[in-house]
Design a protein around this ligand. Structure first.
Ligand code: ATP
Ligand code: MG
Length: 454
């Protein structure tokens, strides 16, 4: 195996000198029993073959915090090819970052070869304008530790003596619940701007504070996220908002000046919405999302983005209507415009943006009490999502109470009950929600009665 020593760091000031601190088994709470059996299998097999192998990253951090990691990553001095030779159930992936995946049914153990944050001229590490675009220079465990992002993510659990190995002060930072970038923060953010989002996301997830020097450059460098790969930002957004800590993520994005970098039009709309109703609505929705995740109920990216971009949509709609555009046309245009602008930063796939737009466009149909329209809306494949969205809007402003009540009952009633109910409402004539002109209404009502009498 190729290890490299004495290679030149990109910026000598950017990377600290790694110093090993070994925390023995009796001094930490990480127990082998909490490690996935498949990860243990991988660690032992690599060791038996004579390689160094450690549990690393988020799993070690989470276990030291008493949390349950969702995946287990392994770091080793074996190259991806050597890993592949040891495991039949192994496939090599990645170009920017070559990795071995050892596959056990639905669980994948990610095995990464120690990497160095240095350029040895082999060409397998590529920088563009200070950004890291390829990172396949292998190195020692010390090299591997200091090229990681935060100190809390750079801890290694050794299977041979059950110790935790810390080269960057991560163990203390975990105890103090502190996010601290390894090395010079600005350099590390320029290398990979997504680290700014990771700082906020992990702080929200772990309930950590971002230490001052790590937090300070974020507002100033936030715009660099505009150059990050839109597909990666989409993944990061799902982790920020669909992992059970959406409210904390949102508040921290705002606090660190990152909201405008990921959701520019929503940020502008929230700023100009003086009553604060739109922000209340977004937070109510995110609170709801967190509750659903906690209860193991499904959450959807379409609904999430409908919520996150609703302020942008409302603002665009108001603008188009102020220009005199007819309401239905304005709604469609606003939905398209907001989507088109947003996908330039975050690659929201069509399979999510289309239902997102439907959720928006269905909102104006909830005021109708016209029989045919009521039944058509109830049968719409996106009805339930759109109704849930209406309930959220109601939580933030009282103006939708009557609609929420009506559609709640409409869902519970049988077809016949609902028909009768709508007949009665129409016969009473006093339906403020009716949205068709009186003459048409009368004609349709006759037809509806005829149909009901069949
Ligand atoms: P979680 O899985 O809980 O979201 P994580 O820290 O495990 O958090 P991953 O994306 O799974 O995040 O990354 C695994 C590890 O890889 C991290 O703990 C960190 O050591 C390293 N890492 C991930 N992204 C970066 C990055 N952009 N720059 C440097 N190191 C990174
Ligand atoms: Mg992880």
């Amino acid at each position: 195996m190729k290890t490299r020593h004495g290679s030149t760091p990109i910026d000598p000031q950017a990377l600290p000198q790694p110093v090993l601190r070994l925390i023995p088994r009796e001094q930490h709470i990480l127990s082998r029993r909490d490690v996935s059996p498949n990860a243990l299998r991988v660690l032992y097999r690599l060791r038996e073959a004579g390689f160094g192998a450690y549990l690393v990253g988020g799993a070690v951090r989470d276990l030291l915090l008493g949390m349950h990691p969702k995946d287990f990553d392994v770091a080793t001095d074996a190259t991806p090819e050597q890993v592949k030779q040891l495991f039949r159930n192994c496939r090599l992936i990645g170009r920017r970052f070559r990795l071995a995946h050892v596959v056990y049914g639905r669980e994948i153990i990610e095995v990464a070869t120690f990497r160095a944050n240095s350029d040895d001229g082999s060409g397998d590490r590529e920088m563009e304008d200070g950004r890291l675009v390829r990172d396949n220079v292998y190195g020692s465990i010390e090299d591997d530790a200091i090229r990681r992002d935060f100190t809390c993510n750079a801890l290694y659990y050794a299977i041979e003596d059950f110790s935790v190995r810390d080269y960057v002060g991560g163990y203390e930072d975990v105890q103090a619940r502190t996010m601290r970038l390894i090395g010079d923060p600005e350099t590390r953010y320029r290398e990979d701007p997504v680290r700014m989002l990771r700082a906020v996301r992990l702080a929200a997830k772990l309930d950590f504070e971002i230490e001052p020097a790590t937090a300070a450059p974020i507002p100033r460098l936030a715009a660099l996220l505009g150059e990050a790969a839109p597909a990666r930002l989409f993944e990061e957004m799902l982790k920020l908002f669909l992992s059970g800590h959406a409210v904390a993520s949102f508040e921290r994005l705002e606090a660190h000046g990152l909201l405008g970098a990921v959701l520019p039009e929503t940020e502008a709309a929230l700023r100009s919405n003086r009553s604060g109703a739109l922000r209340r609505m977004v937070l109510a929705g995110l609170r709801n999302t967190d509750a659903r995740v906690a209860a193991d109920e499904p959450v959807s990216p379409a609904f999430l983005f409908a919520l996150l971009l609703w302020p942008a949509y409302c603002r665009a709609l108001a603008g188009l209507q102020a220009q005199g555009m007819h309401v239905e046309e304005a709604q469609r245009r606003a939905a398209d415009r907001v989507t088109l602008h947003q996908v330039q930063t975050i690659a929201l796939p069509k399979r999510f943006s289309l239902p997102m737009q439907e959720i928006w466009l269905l909102q104006s149909r909830f005021s109708s009490r016209q029989r045919k329209r009521v039944f058509r809306l109830l049968a719409h494949p996106r009805f339930r999502a759109a109704y849930d969205f209406l309930v959220l809007r109601q939580a933030a402003s009282d103006s939708h109470a009557a609609d929420v009540e009506f559609w709640k009952q409409a869902q519970q009633a049988s077809g016949d009950e609902l028909s009768a109910n709508l007949e009665a409402t129409a016969a009473g004539g006093g339906d403020p929600g009716e949205d068709v002109p009186p003459q048409r209404r009368r004609r349709r009502r006759r037809r509806a009665s005829a149909a009901a009498g069949e």
